[in-house]
Design a protein. Structure first.
Length: 41
């Protein structure tokens, strides 16, 4: 089977990289909201 290497690539991608990117984007969004709230006050 030619796609037998896919699990070795997709498991680290799904379990490490996607959650890390999600955490980074959530933190950036939260910081951006804090700054926007501080400017309004």
């Amino acid at each position: 089977m030619s796609a037998s290497f896919l699990p070795a690539i997709l498991v680290p991608l799904t379990c490490l990289i996607f959650p890390a990117m999600t955490i980074v984007f959530i933190m950036l969004y939260a910081e951006n909201q804090d700054m926007a709230r501080d400017i309004k006050e």
